[in-house]
Design a binder for this molecule. Sequence first.
Ligand code: ATP
Length: 258
Amino acid sequence: MDALLQVRNLETWYGPIAAMQGVNIEVRAGRIVTVLGANGAGKTTLLNTLAGVIDPFKGQVLFAGQPVHGLDADEVCRRGLVLVPEGRQVFPFLSVRDNLAMGAYTRRDADGVRDDLARVQQWFPRLKERQTQHAGLLSGGEQQMLAIGRALMAKPRLLMLDEPSLGLSPLLTKEIFNIISLIRKETATAILVVEQNAAIALAHADDGYIMELGRIVAADSCAALAQKADVQASYLGGSQAQGLSGTAQRWKQRKTWR
Ligand code: ATP
């Protein structure tokens, strides 16, 4: 059976800079897939290209068998490929409830919106408790929950998450990943998550890719990746500076817990 998402030879440039080249990945229905990589590896570029935020220079993105590369971001979202962007980007002056309602605006019919809202509030009870508060007043972890909840209101077939652990404590990161696993279990929604935190992503995803300097340098099941000595050395506690391809990574420390 064809994969839900097939990415073929994708290439994206920023002016004269090639941020991503020759990228091939697949996400099968109902799977959690992770793309791991250091800061600057090209992970955000990949997700933004898939979501229609940036146009690729070359390559194909097939979603449910249909090409979606070159479509506008709202049309890509309407087709069920929904992005939770890096840094959450909630609407700070809207209430939590209105932020969630905004997530449903690309849906073709309003049927089931109430049920979906109830379900999101079940996965994230804190969003229910704070539904009348301005989103800008939430903690970093709660804003991440809201951003995921808002994306779920668009009824994704594939939910894409850009570094959900960014800026969160280890405990909150664990909580977010546990909820991501629960959402997949209860809805069979496919999930593509890019992360710098390899340990947590490998523990929750089924299949994984490693990206270095804009290219995929390894692909396997997460169980197999976690056993590889070079993955352990570069991404699971060793020195990320080397990477699998031996190329120095652009790396900056930027973990601020909130
Ligand atoms: P991060 O963890 O910081 O989000 P990343 O793996 O998501 O890193 P990208 O943000 O996709 O990496 O960046 C890939 C490369 O493209 C980097 O070299 C980055 O400096 C460059 N880049 C990203 N955005 C732009 C831009 N708007 N203009 C020029 N270069 C960019």
